[in-house]
Design a binder for this molecule. Structure first.
Ligand SMILES: Cc1ncc(COP(=O)(O)O)c(C=O)c1O
Length: 412
C-alpha cells in the first residue's frame, strides 16, 4: 500500500484548469466560428444568449433564465432583484466565494453569517433561524460542493417571514434536494460557468426564477436597467452591464449538451471513491441525505485529526508526495475574517454600508460559528471533474488509504 505513495511518480489526474479536465472541443469551436462569422458579438442583437437562456430554462423547468458575465454577477442580480434598503440584512454562509458576498455589500445590505452543519459545510434551517432579525430581507442558501442544503426547511423558516431564499447553485448544477432540482426550490437560483465549474465558459453566470417580478428585475439589472423590447424604455434604476457575450454563450450552448453526461460521470466516480474509502480510519466521505443527489463540484473528505495524526494538512502533504493535489480548509478563513469584511473596506473610508449595521449583525464571535470552524478545520477538498475515470479514482483511493495508513503507523 505504502508503495503507491512512494513510487507513484505523480498521478496525472485530469485538471479542470486545462484541457485534461475539461470537455471542450469541436462543438464549442463550431459555435464560436458561427458567432465570429456573423459579426454579432453582443447578446442584445445575437442568437446564442437567447438560445442558452431558453434551453437552460427548459432544462431546469422554469419560465426565466438570464445569462450574465459571472457567478458574482448572477448573485448580484439576485440581490438587486430583492432590492434591499440600505442596512437591510441578508443571511448567508461564511464558507463561500467572496463573489457571493461582495454583491450584498454593493447593494447596501449587510451579510449576516449563519453557522453551518459541521458535516456538510451547509447552512441549515436552525442556523438561519438563529440569525433572523427584523431587518432580514433575504437568505442565500449555498449548496457547497454540490451537496444540497435542506433548502425546503430553510424556505419554511423564510416563508414564515415572507422572505425570499436565493439558492447559490454555482457549485451544484443538477443537484437535487428530495428529488427536486436545486435552483427551483427557492425564489431565485444562481449558477456560475467559471473555469472549474460543471460547465465552463471561462467566466459566466446564469440566474433563474419562477417569479415574474424577480425575473424581470434580474434581466433589467444585467442590462443597465434598460428594458429591451418594451414600450417607452427608460433606465429604471441603478444597475450595471453584466451581460454575457455571444462568444461565451456559444461555448455555453455546446457545454450544455455535455452537462448531463458530465454530471453523471462526476457522480459515478464519486460513488466509486466513496465505496473505496469505506472503513478508512478517521476519514468521512461526503454526508448526503438519502433522498438527495449531490453532483460533486469537488469531493470533500472530513479528516479526524484524533485518528489521522496531523489531520487534513498532514494527509494533504502525504498526497502531495504522490503528486496528488488537495486543499485543506477549502478557504483559508471564514469570510468574516477576510480584510474586506473584518476591516469594513468598502467605499473610500466610509465603511458604508457597515455603518448602518446592527452591532449583532457584525459580531463574529467564535461561539456562534462552531460548525463553521469545525468544518474548515476538518475538511480536505479533492479536485474533481467529469474527465475522472475508474483508473484515476482507483489510484486516488489507494493513495488516500496508503497515506492514512502511513500517518497512523508513523505515530505508533
Ligand atoms: C458558491 C459560489 N458562489 C459564487 C461564486 C462566484 O462565481 P464567479 O467566480 O463565476 O464569479 C462562486 C465561484 O467560485 C462560488 O463557488
Amino acid at each position: 500500500m505504502i508503495q503507491v505513495r512512494s513510487t507513484e511518480p505523480g498521478l496525472a489526474l485530469p485538471n479542470d484548469q486545462d484541457a485534461t479536465g475539461r470537455s471542450l472541443g469541436p462543438e464549442e469551436l463550431a459555435r464560436l466560428a458561427d458567432v465570429i462569422t456573423s459579426g454579432t458579438l453582443t447578446s442584445t442583437k445575437g442568437v446564442q444568449v437567447p438560445e442558452l437562456e431558453q434551453r437552460f430554462a427548459t432544462l431546469l423547468g422554469t419560465p426565466s433564465a438570464v445569462a450574465c458575465s459571472s457567478g458574482t454577477a448572477a448573485v448580484h442580480a439576485a440581490i438587486a432583484a430583492i432590492d434591499p434598503e440600505p442596512g437591510d440584512e441578508i443571511i448567508t454562509t461564511a464558507i463561500t466565494d467572496m463573489g457571493a458576498l461582495s454583491p450584498i455589500l454593493y447593494q447596501g445590505a449587510i451579510p449576516v453569517f449563519a453557522d453551518v452543519d459541521p458535516r456538510t459545510g451547509n447552512v441549515t434551517a436552525a442556523t438561519v433561524a438563529d440569525r433572523l432579525s427584523e431587518r432580514t430581507v433575504g437568505v442565500v442558501a449555498t449548496h457547497l460542493f454540490g451537496n444540497p442544503c435542506d433548502v425546503d426547511a430553510i424556505r419554511g423558516v423564510a416563508d414564515e417571514r415572507g422572505i425570499p431564499v436565493i439558492e447559490d447553485c454555482a457549485q451544484a448544477f443538477l443537484a437535487r434536494r428530495a428529488g427536486r432540482l436545486v435552483g427551483r426550490i427557492g425564489s431565485i437560483g444562481c449558477f456560475s460557468s467559471q473555469q472549474g465549474k460543471h460547465i465552463t465558459t471561462g467566466e459566466g453566470g446564469i440566474v433563474i426564477s419562477d417569479d415574474p417580478g424577480f425575473a424581470r428585475r434580474v434581466r433589467l439589472f444585467v442590462n443597465k436597467a434598460w428594458p429591451y423590447g418594451e414600450e417607452n424604455p427608460d433606465h429604471e434604476f441603478l444597475a450595471l452591464n453584466s451581460r454575457m457575450t455571444e462568444l461565451q454563450a456559444a461555448v455555453a450552448n455546446a457545454q450544455l449538451d455535455k452537462l448531463e453526461a458530465g454530471v453523471a460521470q462526476r457522480v459515478a466516480m464519486a460513488a466509486l471513491l466513496t465505496r473505496d474509502l469505506a472503513g478508512t480510519p478517521g476519514v468521512t466521505t461526503p454526508v448526503v441525505r438519502d433522498d438527495d443527489a449531490m453532483t460533486y463540484w469537488k469531493y470533500p473528505l472530513l479528516v479526524d485529526g484524533a485518528v489521522v495524526p496531523g489531520g487534513p494538512r498532514a494527509l494533504a502533504a502525504e498526497l502531495r508526495l504522490g503528486g496528488i493535489a488537495s486543499a485543506p480548509r477549502y478557504i483559508q478563513k471564514p469570510a468574516f475574517a477576510c480584510t474586506v469584511i473584518r476591516d469594513q473596506r468598502t467605499f473610500g473610508d466610509s465603511r458604508w454600508p457597515f455603518t448602518l449595521a446592527r452591532p449583532e449583525a457584525v459580531d463574529y464571535r467564535s461561539e456562534w460559528f462552531t460548525g463553521t470552524t469545525a468544518f474548515l478545520d476538518n475538511v480536505l477538498v479533492l479536485p474533481w471533474n467529469e474527465r475522472y475515470e475508474t483508473h484515476h479514482v482507483e489510484l486516488l483511493g489507494a493513495a488516500i488509504r496508503a497515506a492514512v495508513e502511513h500517518l497512523i503507523e508513523r505515530e505508533r
